[in-house]
Design a protein around this ligand. Structure first.
Ligand code: GRF
Length: 224
């Protein structure tokens, strides 16, 4: 039996790259169905680039500033880099550029994003500050397919944490990011295994454990 080729995946970053690092770590297992073939940044000194290099991953910078307001030219350069590395899937991981509908369409069903909130709540920036300001008791993270509308698209996986009365945006972010690092590798695994079926705005994860789970907050109930 021949082993299935691992799916060549690019991670697009703009900053520290902790989700990128989680994906690289997951893909270090030869049994993982995707390999990180490229890390691409729009920021030359993004911290994640050094991490990727230290792990032996190919990196590239396409600095959006050199293209001025010409988004198409920027995206053409990004697409060229993806083509050169024969990329199957794209994972946005703290990539702080909005992508044009044409680019998003080209990667339809093949491009994921991670967002630090339980979508569709708290789209956009400063999610942890806003969650605290709204007084929500449960917050979390979402991995979803990318569609032209920002922070929308079929949801693949979510993870929730309790919001604690003493939380600051930083303390809440610290717990949410740990969840991000767990669900992003899961979602990419499912994508690479061909288990994700898009049905309108919904995503069905075929063969995923359909296990009932509860989180009550605030509570000292032990429900499991
Ligand atoms: C994460 O919180 C992610 O959800 C959001 O941007 C942040 C990137 O963090 N899209 P990192 O660069 O992966 O550490």
């Amino acid at each position: 039996m021949t082993a299935m080729a691992r799916k060549r995946t690019a991670v697009l970053i703009s900053g520290r790259g902790s989700n990128m690092a989680a994906l690289i770590e997951a893909a270090a297992d030869p049994a993982y169905p995707a390999e990180i073939a490229l890390v691409l940044s729009n920021v030359a000194d993004a911290g994640g680039l050094a991490i990727a290099t230290s792990k032996g991953i190919k990196t590239e910078t396409v600095d959006h500033k050199t293209f001025g307001k010409d988004r198409d030219a920027f995206e053409t350069a990004v697409q060229k880099a993806l083509d050169a590395s024969r990329i199957d899937f794209v994972c946005l991981a703290g990539f702080m550029r909005l992508l044009t509908p044409a680019f998003v369409q080209r990667w339809h069903g093949r491009m994921l994003n991670i967002h630090p909130a339980l979508l569709p709540a708290f789209k956009g920036l400063d999610t942890h500050e806003r969650a605290l300001a709204e007084g929500v008791k449960i917050h979390g993270a979402t991995v979803h397919f990318v569609v032209p509308e920002m922070d929308s698209g079929p949801i693949i996986a979510q993870a929730a944490v309790s919001v604690l009365s003493k939380d600051t945006p930083a303390s809440l972010a610290a717990r949410v990011i740990q969840m991000e690092h767990r669900i992003y590798p899961l979602a990419l695994r499912w994508l690479a295994e061909g288990k994700l079926k898009i049905d309108g705005n919904r995503c069905v994860v075929q063969g995923a454990p359909d296990i009932d789970g509860v989180l009550v907050s605030p509570s000292n109930l032990r429900l499991s």
